[in-house]
Design a protein around this ligand. Structure first.
Ligand SMILES: [Zn+2]
Length: 68
């Protein structure tokens, strides 16, 4: 199985993923700690590439089910 690194857009084998991050109910995988760090700095920018259009509704400043 391969996954796409949302930051650099490289396709990497899942077992080679350097890091993973869950965001908005999706799991993201990264080829390097740098990509992971970039994602954490601006997750909405990168997550938008993977979330189906139906979920990317305008006015996403309020996340209704955001729980720490
Ligand atoms: Zn990467």
């Amino acid at each position: 199985m391969t996954v796409e690194d949302p930051v650099c857009r490289n396709t990497i084998p899942l077992e080679n993923a350097h890091a993973s991050q869950e965001y908005g109910g999706w799991a993201y995988f990264f080829c390097s700690s740098r990509c992971h760090a970039d994602f954490k700095l601006n997750p909405e920018r990168y997550a938008d590439a993977r979330i189906p259009a139906a979920f990317s509704a305008p006015g996403d400043a309020s996340h209704p089910s955001r729980k720490a």
